[in-house]
Ligand binder design. Sequence first.
Ligand SMILES: Cc1cc2nc3c(=O)[nH]c(=O)nc-3n(C[C@H](O)[C@H](O)[C@H](O)COP(=O)(O)OP(=O)(O)OC[C@H]3O[C@@H](n4cnc5c(N)ncnc54)[C@H](O)[C@@H]3O)c2cc1C
Length: 319
Amino acid sequence: MVLVYAESQKGILKKAAFEAVTYGYKTAQVLGSECVALVLGKTGDPGQLGQYGASKVYQIEDPAVEQFDSQVYTSAIAGAAKEVGANVIILSHTSTGKSLLGRLAARLKAGSVPGVNAVPTVDHGFRVQKPVFSGKAIAEMELKTDIKVLSLMANAIKPEKVGDAVGVASLSVTLATARVKVKEVKRVEGTVPLPEADLVVSAGRGMKGPENWGIIEDLATALGATTACSRPVADTGWRPHYEHVGQTGIAIRPNLYIAIGISGAIQHLAGVNNSKTIVVINKDPEAPFFKAADYGVVGDLFEVVPRLTEAVNKLKHEG
Ligand SMILES: Cc1cc2nc3c(=O)[nH]c(=O)nc-3n(C[C@H](O)[C@H](O)[C@H](O)COP(=O)(O)OP(=O)(O)OC[C@H]3O[C@@H](n4cnc5c(N)ncnc54)[C@H](O)[C@@H]3O)c2cc1C
């Protein structure tokens, strides 16, 4: 049995949840098994996960799981795994999934692989793939334990509808007692969080200073995109740290990544080179980022970006 923990935020299933269930369904097909999904806390319409391949959805509704706590969530998912007899547990490779993977593996005496990006194969043992060395190589790993825990990289698989909505069964398991008390949660409101974003407009030191970010925000608003930045920009306080992408920041895989005034250092590329389409705007034709770009504009960003925004707005109005 394959058990997928489907993440939600503020009661709404995340895009990552649909990807994970699609992945779980395909994994179950490879194993000749069944895929079930688990949601924690109040979640709107969890039965829709059936459309993506879950044969059943389990829900644990307990005040203790309304707020994320990795110990409590580990006990919930481990309890559910035991209850349904799961031998493969799939998480999303989000900050939540990353904090659960190790704990769950230890709890279930399972082998684990974080950040897988392809459906397992079973011809030569249970094997999974994951990108390594900042995406420059792919590692193939074999898991020999009875129970396996995997976390799925964002955008590695497209959610696919394969059936109808299914029933939701409530599940009750023994939950750990939270040892940490959350006093306050501050969320960035208004934009899609970077790991979930399909469109990202990102800028670097070429912007010269934080006072110039208006043109980046205008382009992002026109496209409905989330903003990001290079590390020095966040380090110098021009932009908040949650926007920093790269090896030491957030790794993203949007459909479109527009890099403006960013040189394209290896550490930056490590977090963005899995984007489907990369557009680079840089005044230096020798900027390394152009080697990774699908489209490039050599020019002064202070001229190019406003014109791009104007063109997008014009298209939208015509459209
Ligand atoms: C261990 C380690 C980890 C790191 N992790 C990260 C990470 O996670 N993310 C990250 O981003 N970096 C990371 N770095 C830093 C990385 O090596 C680079 O220094 C950084 O990415 C450079 O940022 P930048 O491209 O904004 O600035 P710069 O390298 O200064 O590039 C600015 C670019 O803007 C262009 N430009 C200037 N003016 C204009 C203009 N008017 N119009 C158009 N283009 C213009 C320039 O041609 C240049 O290419 C890390 C470094 C180390 C050592």
